[in-house]
Write a protein that binds this ligand. Structure first.
Ligand code: ATR
Length: 478
């Protein structure tokens, strides 16, 4: 067989098949392989006419079909399946070849695999591919890790098949080893937060302002014309307009729990390790978990809640505008938390990340694509060392303008007994970071009391311990 394929894709389930088709539709010759050959045959039968495919039944045939240096893309389940496929193909490759994992791997696995394969001269590239089934086919957002050298060989291909916004490709080299999968993971964490904030906004409009799902859909359509413009706001209006065919009731009245596949959870677990306070993302993840706690919810359901004070039409309209402001402010915080977490990881893992480029490739192809990512990109480009979005004047001004409504919405939720964990977490995060002094002073005193953990003073250098309960013994500098 001639080694003529520009790239090979192994793992031809939904994502792999669509990505292979995307490459082929853009003129690349694509070798295709799957553990179970019937999937390869099915792809050829259904979509073989879309471009130039080289079907391969065995691993050797597949590798032999690839141009050197070989680009071999794995699209199988994360975890053991990915390791199994790497173990199968790596012995057939030569130094300089590239294995690309386009699955949803945990970044720590990607780091491990990259180290192992680097020792054998093979480039291992963890690439986060966002946009689901449709994105894989029509243009995903691609967050690429691994060596710069491998991006030089792969980048043009990824940039060709990725989504494009104003002519710019939504693919970039994020950083070495696991940086691509890390940023993809945080993307998903931000996605969880964004979705939860939107869901809380809906719940408040429904329970406090007493609007129907169809009316709220219209509100979201209006918001989608402004600064909240995004894919998630757009599909929210569609979901809220949807009526269940069986019962004739709004879709949102026949469902009551949300699932998760794990990447949001990984974001929170990793954030704990990095001491990165992604509180809005964490609350969004826990909110999904709480929705599934049916026994616990049954036990809590009869308990008393807040007061309901009906709102007049004009009050409801005013509240709607307040919710828009609270949603926007909380969303800025959620994204800021995500970027901060990436900054913390960059420091911990030695990644040199261009944050403007990250915001840039999230503008298209992926689930969190949103108009305001353009502004986030501009902010990071103007100030590459930007510590927080809130350090950028136009975001700071918007947050300043949202103060009264943001606080009013969170207070209303508490008074009325409507859960708004992500809104409240975002506001608390904001208040925590802007506080002149924090009650951490008291915590550290408690730690020193029971565990002699010592403390630092704000007025003198050194590490101190107080002999609690012995007022006669002076504080010691330890
Ligand atoms: P998607 O999310 O795109 O639908 P997935 O569930 O992440 O897909 O992965 C499924 C793919 O992984 C399939 O191509 C599967 O191969 P089979 O069609 O033979 O089942 C592949 N896969 C899973 N475990 C594998 C393994 N140990 N070795 C090789 N391929 C494997």
């Amino acid at each position: 067989m001639n080694a003529r394929a520009h790239i090979g894709v192994t793992g031809l389930a939904v994502m792999g098949r669509n990505l292979a088709r995307n490459f082929a539709r853009h003129g690349y010759t694509v070798a295709v392989h799957n553990r179970t050959p019937s999937r390869t045959r099915a792809l050829m039968e259904e979509f073989g006419h879309e471009g130039t495919f080289v079907p391969a039944e065995t691993a050797r045939e597949f590798v032999a079909a690839l141009q050197c240096p070989r680009r071999l893309m794995i699209m199988v389940q994360a975890g053991a399946a990915t390791d199994a496929v790497i173990d199968e193909f790596a012995p057939l490759l030569e130094p300089g070849d590239m294995i690309i994992d386009g699955g949803n791997a945990h970044f720590a696995d990607t780091r491990r695999r990259e180290t192992d394969l680097r020792e054998r001269g093979i480039h291992f590239v963890g690439a986060g591919v966002s946009g689901g089934e449709e994105g894989a086919l029509d243009g995903p957002s691609i967050m690429v890790g691994g060596s710069k050298e491998s991006y030089a060989a792969l980048g043009p291909m990824f940039e060709t098949i990725s989504a494009h916004v104003h002519g710019e490709a939504c693919s970039t080299h994020i950083g070495s080893d696991g940086a691509g999968h890390f940023v993809k993971m945080v993307h998903n964490g931000i996605e969880y937060a964004d979705m939860q904030l939107i869901a809380e906004a809906y719940d408040l409009l429904r329970q406090v302002a007493q609007y129907s799902p169809a009316e709220i859909a219209e509100i979201f359509r209006t918001w989608n014309k402004g600064r909240l413009n995004s894919y998630l706001i757009e599909i929210t209006a569609e979901v809220l307009s949807h009526t269940d065919a069986d019962t004739g009731r709004p879709f949102v009245d026949v469902v009551d729990a949300a699932g998760q596949k794990g990447t949001g959870r990984w974001t929170v677990q990793t954030a704990l390790d990095l001491a990165s306070p992604v509180t809005t993302i964490a609350q969004a993840t826990f909110a999904r978990a709480a929705s599934g706690q049916s026994t616990l919810r049954t036990a809590y359901r009869p308990l008393p809640g807040g007061m309901h004070i009906p709102k007049s039409r004009s009050e409801a309209e005013r509240f709607t505008s307040q919710v828009e402001q609270a949603l926007y402010a909380s969303k800025v915080i959620a994204y800021d938390q995500g970027f901060t977490m990436i900054q913390d990881a960059a420091l911990a893992y030695g990644w040199d990340i261009d944050f403007g480029a990250v915001a840039g490739i999230w503008r298209g192809g992926c689930i969190i694509r949103a108009a305001f990512l353009d502004r986030i990109r501009t902010a990071h480009e103007a100030a590459p060392d930007l510590v927080s979005l809130l350090a950028e004047p136009s975001f700071a001004e918007e947050i300043a303008a949202a103060q009264v409504p943001w606080r009013e919405v969170v207070a209303t939720a508490a008074r009325r007994g409507v859960p708004a964990p992500a809104f409240a977490a975002a506001l608390s995060y904001y208040d925590t970071l802007r506080a002149d002094r924090l009650p951490a002073a008291l915590l550290q005193g408690q730690r020193d009391y029971f565990g002699a953990h010592t403390y630092r003073r704000i007025d003198r250098q050194g590490v101190f311990h107080t002999h609690w309960g012995h007022p006669d013994r002076p504080e010691t500098d330890v």
